[in-house]
Design a protein around this ligand. Structure first.
Ligand code: IVH
Length: 821
C-alpha cells in the first residue's frame, strides 16, 4: 500500500505531538531521543518538499508543550527558544558558511559549549535579588517553579559583586549530576520506590514537584548559558564575556565553554568534548555553537523556533531502542542473582551493547520487561548499560511476565530471597562455580592478594577445567600448567592448534570442537582440561611471551604468600567487608585465629561495624567450607600473615557481660536492662542456668523477661552467648592493659627521602620508616634527623650536606629496616 506525503506528514505530526505532550507534561519518554530526532527530520524534509502541506501548528514550529495548569503561568518577556540540530560535519560546515556569507566575514568566532541534558530554566533577578524562576513551557509561557528553584544550591538568591542590570534574566539548564541520579535510584530501588528513567527525567520530575520539600530531597544542579530580558544596565558585547560576567555574579558556568573559530575549530571542539563525555559528572547530548558577538546575532535573526546564529551539534544518543532476546541471571561473588537482559546488539553512544542490567527482580516487575519486548536501553559514562523502559505499544503478542528461576543456572542450587531483602541469591555458596570464579577473581585482585596477570578468562578456564576449585589451589599452580593455559587460551589460530590436537579429538574428529573449546565462551570444560594437558608446539615468539607471563605470574603468586592480615581478610570476599572494615578488624583483633572463631556479637566491638556486617562475618566463618578454605590457604598455600599482634587494648573498653547482652541484639534488652541483668547474674555460673523468675527479679518487665527466656531457648542462641562470653574473657586476658605506646626505634626522628630508590618505592620506604616511629617530611631543615638519598638525588641532598644532616644511602636504609622490623 502506498502512503501519500500528506498521509505520512499527518502520521508523523500525530506521533510527534503525542511524544511531545508526554515528554513535556508528564516527563515520560514515549520514543527514544534518537527516534524522535529522526521522525522530526523526516517531517521537516517532507514539509520542505511540500510547502503546500505546511501548517502553523506543525510540531516543527513548536518549542515544547503548553505549560501544565498545576503551576502558575509565567509569560516570558523574551521568548525561550530552541535550537536547530546538526548531526554531521557537513551540517556544521553549512551553518558556518551561512553566517560567514551573511555577515560577509571570512572568519567567525563562536562560543562553544556543552549541551546539557536537563531542563531549560529562566531566572529573574530584580535589583540583584532572585524573584522568579520559570520553565520554558511552550517558549512564550512557562510554569512558575520559583519555590523549587530556591532549593537548588547552585542558584544564587542574591547576586554577588556589582554592576548587574536592574532587571536580569539568566537562562540555563537545571540538571541532575550522574552520581546524584545513581544515588537517588539506588535508594529508590532499595525502598521499592519509583526509579527515574534518566537524569533528564529526574531533573524535570523533581523540579515539577508541587511540594518544594520533595524537590529539595533530590539534588539538582544548574549551569547558566545565556540571558533573557535585560533592563537598566548593559551586558558585555560578546556571549563569551557575558558568560564570564555571569560567573562573576555567582552563577556556575561550565568549565568546558570555549571560544573557537571556523568549522575546523568547531569540529575539533566537538571531538574533544566527545572524548571527555564519558568522564563528565553530568550527561550531555551534544555541544552548542553560538555566534559570539551580539551584533552579529542580531543581524542573523531567527527562524520559526530557533536562532540562526546558534546550533546544537548532537552526539550519538545515549538511549536506543532494541529487543530483549532473553533474560538471564548472573551470579555474583556473594551469590547475588542479578537479572541481565540479552539484547539484539545496538550501538549506544558509540559502543555496541548486547547486555543490559535489570538490577533485580523487583525492577523487572516494575518495568514489566518480557522476553520479546522492545525496550529503551541507556548507556552513560562508565555506568553499566541498563534497560530504562518498555515501549508498550511495540509488545508482540504472546509474551509472558518474567519470573525469577527457582534454581541457579550454574550450579543448580536453590535461589532464595532473604527475609526483608530485595535481592535473590544462589544458595550454592562456594560449591557454585559462578560464585567460585568471582571469589577467586576477587582474591587475586590488586587490592586483595595482588596476583597480577591472572585475568578473568584464565580463572574461568582453571575453574571449569577443575584445576582450581578454591583459592588455595592457586598456590598449587605450576609454571607448566600456566604456560599451557596461556598458549591454549591465547592461540590466535585455533584451527592450527586443533590440528596438533587431532589425535585427542572426539570420534567425529572435528577441529571445530576444539576451536569451540579454545574460544572459552563455548565448549565442554572436560575438553578444556584435556587440552591443557597436551604438550603443544608453538612458535618461538609465542612461547616466549607465554613463558614470561607464566614466570611473572608464578612470582606474583609467590610474593602474595606474605600478606598482611588486612589484605587477607579483604581477599576472603566476605559480604559487606571492604578494605576499611578489613583494616579495622586487623587493627582491633590482631590475629586471624581470633577473628575466624569470633562469635558475631563481638565484632560489634569495632566502631563502624554494625549488626549487618557483624552477622555477615559470623555467617562466613560458620561455614565449614570457608574454614576449610582458610586452613588450605595457610597449610597448602603456605600463606603467611606478616603483621599479627595481640588484640588491641582498645577492645577492653566497655567489654563486659552487659555490653555483650546488648550486642547480641536480644529483643527488648536495652543497655540499662542489660546492666541490671549482668549485675544480678554476676554470681550465677551462667546466664543459661537462669530462669524467667530471676530475670524479673533483676528488674526486667515481665514480657521482656519472657522474651529473654524464649530467646535463650532458641537453638543456637545460648551457645552463641556462652561462646561469646568465653571469648570475651580470653580477650580480656590477652589484650594489653593500655594502648601500647608507639615505642619505635625512630620515635621523635624526622626523615626526608630524596632521589630514586631501587629496591622499594618512596611510598613504601615512607610507610616502613613511619612504622618504626619516624616522621617523614618533604623538605630538609636543621631539625631533620637524617636524609635517605637514592640515585640522582638533587637539592635536598646538597642542603643536608650543607647543614651537616646525616645522609643514608639505600643500603644503609635497607640494613636499618631489616634490623628493626
Ligand atoms: S542555548 C536561543 N545553550 O538545549 C538559544 N541551550 O535544544 C537557546 N541546552 O532549550 C538555548 N545546553 O534546554 C543553549 N549551552 C546551552 C545548552 C542549551 C543545553 C538545552 C536548552 C535548550 C535546548 C535546545
Amino acid at each position: 500500500m502506498n502512503v501519500t506525503p500528506a498521509q505520512r506528514i499527518d502520521a508523523l505530526r500525530r506521533q510527534l505531538a503525542s511524544a511531545n505532550a508526554a515528554y513535556n507534561e508528564r516527563d515520560e519518554l514515549l520514543i527514544p531521543d534518537a527516534d524522535y530526532d529522526a521522525l522530526m527530520r523526516e517531517l521537516e524534509a517532507l514539509e520542505q518538499a511540500h510547502p503546500e502541506l505546511s501548517t502553523v501548528d506543525s510540531p516543527t514550529t513548536k518549542v515544547g508543550a503548553r505549560p501544565s495548569s498545576r503551576f502558575t503561568e509565567v509569560t516570558h518577556a523574551v521568548p525561550m527558544l530552541s535550537l536547530g540540530n546538526a548531526f554531521s560535519d557537513e551540517e556544521v560546515a553549512d551553518f558556518v558558511r551561512r553566517i560567514s556569507e551573511r555577515l560577509r566575514r571570512p572568519e567567525v568566532a563562536f562560543s562553544a559549549e556543552p549541551k546539557l541534558d536537563g531542563l531549560a530554566i529562566s531566572l529573574r533577578y530584580e535589583g540583584g535579588r532572585f524573584v522568579q524562576g520559570a520553565t520554558r513551557g511552550d517558549g512564550s509561557k512557562g510554569e512558575d517553579v520559583t519555590a523549587n528553584l530556591r532549593q537548588i544550591g547552585d542558584i544564587p538568591h542574591q547576586l554577588q559583586g556589582a554592576g548587574w542590570p536592574a532587571v536580569l534574566e539568566v537562562r540555563g539548564e537545571v540538571y541532575m549530576a550522574r552520581a546524584d541520579f545513581e544515588a537517588f535510584n539506588e535508594r529508590a530501588r532499595q525502598q521499592g520506590g519509583k526509579v527515574l528513567a534518566n537524569p533528564r527525567n529526574a531533573a524535570a520530575g523533581s523540579l515539577r514537584q508541587l511540594d518544594p520539600k520533595i524537590s529539595a530531597q533530590r539534588r539538582l544542579s544548574f549551569f547558566a548559558y545565556g540571558t533573557g530580558q535585560v533592563e537598566g544596565g548593559e551586558l558585555p558585547d560578546t556571549h563569551s564575556r557575558t558568560l564570564q560576567q555571569l560567573r562573576g555574579w555567582g552563577f556556575p558556568v561550565s568549565e568546558l565553554c570555549a571560544v573557537v573559530t571556523g568549522t575546523q575549530g568547531l569540529l575539533a571542539y566537538y571531538r574533544d568534548i566527545g572524548e571527555r563525555r564519558d568522564g563528565l559528572a553530568f550527561d550531555i547530548d551534544g555541544v552548542v555553537y553560538k555566534l559570539d558577538d551580539r551584533e552579529g546575532q542580531q543581524a542573523m535573526g531567527f527562524v520559526a523556533r530557533a536562532p540562526r546564529w546558534a546550533i546544537a551539534h548532537k552526539f550519538p544518543a545515549q538511549e536506543q531502542s532494541t529487543t530483549v532476546e532473553a533474560i538471564e541471571i548472573q551470579i555474583g561473588r556473594t551469590g547475588a542473582a542479578t537479572p541481565v537482559a540479552r539484547l539484539a546488539p545496538v550501538a549506544v553512544a558509540g559502543v555496541i551493547v548486547s547486555n543490559a542490567t535489570l538490577h533485580n527482580a523487583d525492577q523487572i516487575a516494575r518495568l514489566d520487561v518480557r522476553v520479546g519486548d522492545s525496550v529503551i536501553v541507556r548507556r552513560a559514562g562508565d555506568v553499566i548499560p541498563e534497560v530504562v523502559s518498555v515501549i508498550a505499544d511495540r509488545r508482540p503478542a504472546g509474551t509472558m511476565p518474567w519470573k525469577m528461576p527457582t534454581h541457579c543456572p550454574v550450579c543448580g542450587a536453590e535461589i532464595v530471597q532473604e527475609e526483608g531483602a530485595i535481592a535473590w541469591r544462589c544458595s550454592g555458596e562456594l560449591s557454585c562455580p559462578a560464585q567460585r570464579k568471582e571469589a577467586i577473581s576477587h582474591f587475586a585482585s590488586r587490592r586483595a592478594m595482588d596476583i597480577d596477570g591472572l585475568g578473568g578468562k584464565y580463572i574461568e578456564t582453571l575453574v571449569d577445567a577443575g584445576i582450581v576449585r578454591g583459592v588455595a589451589d592457586l598456590y598449587r599452580l605450576s609454571r607448566d600448567t600456566l604456560l599451557q593455559l596461556k598458549l591454549v587460551l591465547d592461540a590466535e589460530d585455533p584451527s592450527a592448534l586443533a590440528a596438533s590436537f587431532s589425535p585427542h579429538l572426539p570420534p567425529d574428529g572435528s577441529g571445530a570442537v576444539l576451536a569451540a573449546v579454545l574460544k572459552l565462551d563455548a565448549g565442554d570444560p572436560g575438553w578444556r582440561a584435556q587440552a591443557l594437558a597436551q604438550p603443544i608446539t608453538f612458535s618461538w615468539n609465542t612461547k616466549k611471551i607465554a613463558t614470561r607471563w607464566a614466570d611473572n605470574l608464578v612470582a606474583a603468586i609467590e610474593a602474595s604468600r606474605d600478606a598482611t592480615l588486612e589484605r587477607l581478610l579483604f581477599a576472603l570476599g566476605i559480604e559487606h567487608v571492604g578494605e576499611s572494615t578489613a583494616k579495622a578488624l586487623a587493627q582491633w583483633f590482631g590475629e586471624l585465629e581470633l577473628i575466624r572463631h569470633l562469635p558475631w556479637p563481638l565484632f560489634k566491638r569495632v566502631p563502624d561495624i554494625g549488626g549487618e556486617v557483624a552477622r555477615s562475618l559470623g555467617h562466613f566463618f560458620e561455614q565449614q567450607g570457608n574454614q576449610q578454605a582458610i586452613d588450605d590457604l595457610l597449610q597448602v598455600g603456605q600463606v603467611r600473615i606478616t603483621d599479627e599482634h595481640p588484640p588491641s587494648a582498645k577492645l577492653r573498653e566497655g567489654l563486659d557481660l552487659a555490653q555483650l547482652l546488648v550486642e547480641a541484639e536480644i529483643p527488648g534488652i536495652t543497655r540499662l536492662r542489660a546492666e541490671k541483668l549482668a549485675a544480678a547474674l554476676s554470681s550465677a555460673p551462667s546466664i543459661l542456668d537462669a530462669e524467667h523468675g530471676q530475670f524479673v527479679n533483676a528488674g526486667l518487665p515481665d514480657d521482656t523477661a519472657r522474651g529473654l527466656a524464649a530467646w535463650l531457648d532458641t537453638e543456637g542462641h545460648g551457645e552463641l552467648l556462652l561462646q561469646a562470653e568465653a571469648k570475651m574473657k580470653q580477650i580480656l586476658q590477652r589484650a594489653p592493659q593500655q594502648a601500647e605506646q608507639a615505642g619505635g626505634p625512630l620515635d621523635g626522628q624526622t626523615a626526608v627521602l630524596t632521589g630514586t630508590l631501587s629496591a622499594l618505592t618512596r611510598d613504601v620506604a615512607k610507610e616502613r620508616l613511619e612504622a618504626l616511629g619516624a616522621k617523614v617530611a618533604g623538605s630538609v631543615s636543621k631539625k631533620t634527623s637524617f636524609v635517605v638519598a637514592g640515585t640522582e638525588a638533587g637539592s635536598k641532598l646538597d642542603k643536608a650536606q650543607s647543614l651537616g644532616v646525616p645522609v643514608w644511602d639505600e643500603d644503609q636504609l635497607l640494613a636499618f629496616l631489616a634490623a628493626h622490623e
